[in-house]
Design a protein around this ligand. Structure first.
Ligand code: G3P
Ligand code: CA
Length: 270
């Protein structure tokens, strides 16, 4: 029987709600996503927040580089209105489906997202991507482990499993994470597969492969190669129905998508 890929909501249900807001993650959980994806960045005063870009201009009403600002300053900005103004899809959502507006506008800390996963009422995976970790000489990874430890998820007790996978384009970042927390699963994100790993192998200590959709479209054989080496394959960012179907046919382990509801539907119908 063919295995159905797990559906991981990229930045939450970000096709509908403003990315990286509690509203986007709550909706992803409500529609039945198996997992959530988020990017984390460090504020000037050492807090991890869920934001994709280096600068805050695109997704908030503030301006400037996130890492130069304190958490309390960042919390004064509106992180959701840009989406309402920019995209018509949100206004098509049924009124009663809307989540409280504040959840769609507040800055989200990693701590709050972890609590949301813990309190989801069912198992939900969380894929956390460290953004540009090499700039901070290990600080992002140390803060991440401290934060995960508060939930028992960096060093899971024997017989328990952490719902967290740490993802990065940086092998160095993943090595740091594995050295400090050997029980954590890691995903190496790739927008091209280095020559020495085209056979499906991965650098030592990396658990899963995270190729782009473009890689598995141009080189579908990569998926079975990675599987032969015992590695799961998590593909990003898979938004169109035809691409979701393609990933289902290839037998990938997870699709990371802005449209978790559509992905679940397409994969169930396949
Ligand atoms: O899930 C991996 C994917 O999120 C990487 O790209 O730019 O969306 O963080 P980006
Ligand atoms: Ca990401």
């Amino acid at each position: 029987m063919r295995k159905i890929p797990r559906v991981v909501a990229h930045r939450g249900a970000s096709a509908v709600d403003p990315e990286h807001t509690l509203a986007a993650y709550r909706r992803a959980i409500e529609v039945g996503a198996d997992g959530l994806e988020c990017d984390v960045r460090l504020t000037a005063d050492g807090h991890l927040v869920c934001v994709h870009d280096r600068r805050i201009n695109r997704t908030s009403n503030g301006r400037g580089v996130l890492s130069t600002k304190s958490l309390s300053e960042l919390e004064t900005y509106d992180w959701g209105s840009w989406k309402q103004a920019a995209e018509a899809e949100r206004v098509r959502v049924e009124e009663e489906q809307r989540l409280p507006d504040l959840d769609a506008r507040r800055l989200l800390t990693l701590e709050t997202l972890l609590a949301t996963v813990r309190d989801a009422g069912r198992p939900v995976e969380l894929s956390i991507e460290t953004k540009h970790p090499t700039r901070y000489a290990g600080l992002v990874e140390r803060r991440l482990i401290e934060t995960l430890d508060r939930f028992g998820w960096a060093h899971p007790r024997l017989g328990t499993e952490s719902p967290v996978r740490v993802m990065s384009f940086s092998w160095l970042s993943l090595r740091r994470m594995r050295a400090a927390a050997p029980g954590l699963r890691t995903v190496l994100l790739m927008d091209r597969v280095p020559l020495r790993f085209r056979d499906g192998s991965l650098p030592t200590g990396v658990s899963y492969a995270g190729p782009s959709l473009e890689i598995v479209t141009a080189h579908p054989e990569y998926v079975s190669r990675a599987h032969k080496h015992g590695h799961q394959v998590h593909v990003w960012t898979v938004n169109h129905d035809a691409d979701i179907r393609h990933c289902g046919n290839l037998g990938v382990d997870a699709v990371i998508t802005d449209r978790p509801d559509a992905a679940l539907r397409v994969l169930a119908d396949q």
